[in-house]
Design a protein around this ligand. Structure first.
Ligand code: ADP
Ligand code: MG
Length: 397
């Protein structure tokens, strides 16, 4: 346990017969009453199984979407409860509110191992305002608070940081796993490699500042690389790059030049597109030959091989930021190749960031990656070395 050795978890307390307020992040898309992507539900199943085996009475709390403190019919939690019930082959009761007499009666009536799904906690403005009175009302439902909502762990909302003030508060297994994997990067097994992509340098500079000092290899792709290339004097033509990021790029390049044990790799070739970049308007070129009015939309094959060779000896790798416009074929080539090469490595591989996780899922190699974070914003906060309010709110071990 590198990530949160100082926080108590569900493994540290007696849960027999206790009413547990389990804050999960079931902020999933529902279409026509059906859950579209249930990864966030499945990720929480180990915690639910553990709590049920321990004889706890489980009160599930989640937000969904942005109802802005009002009841929004199509953001109710009922379809999520139905889907969860199917996954665990056990009834999950729903109530029409998350506080008040109906919720309290339902919570009080739970038998050990039974589950109750509260209504969308963001239907009350007190949630996002972190209103103490609202938090206290939520806390009345239970005797123990369990935090498993990693995806929302960077938000200081009532059900995240307020309720734990009134109850013994411990980490669930999903939160613990995320903290171990992302927190473990503070002391990575060396050699340590960083792969950075995505759109803007300004989004990524905090991650580079936090992690680059520990790294032996940094591979840069995506729009971020375009800014580095521009800083080095290459003409990136119409590519997406970040004028405000030039200073940051210069700092990182200087750091790499200063440290003999740190190597920074930039793309040597690129897939470029013109206009709408449809068939006939796509080419592979060296980075010093981007034609005027064309855009770099992906790394090229020579860069893929360069990155592969650089990353091969690594024992730990973290990847954040797609290496191209991966949402569009054929510009997903570099990101898919990166996913494949990381899957083949004999290393601890940690993926952070919402779009990067999507790219890895698209590659279909998630089983061969050590850790794909379930939290976009929260994983980025951790990669930047920032504390998470949800974690701070838990009891020290
Ligand atoms: P994450 O959510 O994993 O942190 P980011 O939000 O930083 O990732 O970046 C993802 C976005 O960057 C993607 O939508 C991707 O299309 C875009 N992107 C990456 N490379 C390029 C490029 N060369 N040109 C345009 N967009 C790019
Ligand atoms: Mg993103």
């Amino acid at each position: 346990m590198n990530g949160a050795p100082h926080k108590r978890s569900i493994r540290d307390i007696d849960l027999t017969g206790r009413r547990v307020f389990l804050r999960v992040d079931y902020n999933v898309q529902v279409d026509d009453g059906r859950v579209i992507d249930d990864m966030r539900l499945r990720e929480s199943l180990p915690t639910i199984a553990y709590l049920r085996e321990a004889g706890a009475r489980i009160i599930l709390c989640s937000h969904r979407g942005r109802p802005r403190g009002q009841v929004v019919e199509n953001l109710r939690n009922v379809p999520v409860a139905t889907h969860l019930s199917r996954l665990i082959e056990t009834p999950v009761r729903s109530v029409g509110d998350c506080i008040g007499p109906e919720a309290e009666a339902a919570a009080a009536g739970l038998e050990p191992g039974e589950l109750l799904m509260l209504e969308n906690v963001r239907f009350h403005p007190g949630e996002e305002e972190n209103d103490p009175a609202f938090a206290q009302q939520l806390s009345k439902l239970a005797e123990v608070y369990v935090s498993d909502a990693f995806g929302t762990a960077h938000r200081a909302h009532a059900s995240i940081v307020g309720v734990p003030e009134y109850l013994p508060a411990v980490a669930g297994l999903l939160l613990e796993r995320e903290l171990d994997a992302l927190g473990g990067l503070t002391e990575p097994e060396s050699p340590f490699g960083i792969v950075i992509g995505g759109a803007k340098v300004s989004d990524k500079i905090a991650i580079l500042r936090h992690l680059a000092g520990k790294a032996e290899v940094i591979c840069v792709g995506g729009g971020v690389a375009n800014t580095f290339l521009a800083e080095q004097g290459f003409d990136v033509a119409d590519s997406l790059w970040d004028r405000d990021g030039l200073d940051a790029a210069r700092d990182v390049l200087a750091q790499a030049a200063d440290r003999r044990d740190l190597r920074l790799y930039l793309p040597v070739d690129a897939v470029v597109g013109f206009g709408a970049a449809d068939a006939g308007h796509i080419r592979k070129v060296p980075v010093d030959s981007v034609p005027p009015d064309w855009r770099i939309l992906d790394i090229g094959p020579a860069t893929v091989e360069l990155f592969r060779t650089a990353l091969h000896p690594m024992r730990t790798v973290v990847w954040n930021g797609p290496l191209g416009l991966f949402e569009r074929e054929p510009f997903d080539y570099g990101s898919l190749a990166m996913a494949e090469m990381l899957a083949d490595l004999d290393a601890q591989v940690v993926i952070g960031g919402g779009e990067t996780a999507a790219a890895v899922h698209r590659a279909g190699i998630e089983d061969r990656i050590s850790h794909i974070s379930t939290g976009g914003g929260a994983s980025l906060a951790m990669l930047q070395g920032r504390a998470l309010p949800a974690v701070d709110a838990l009891d020290d071990a």
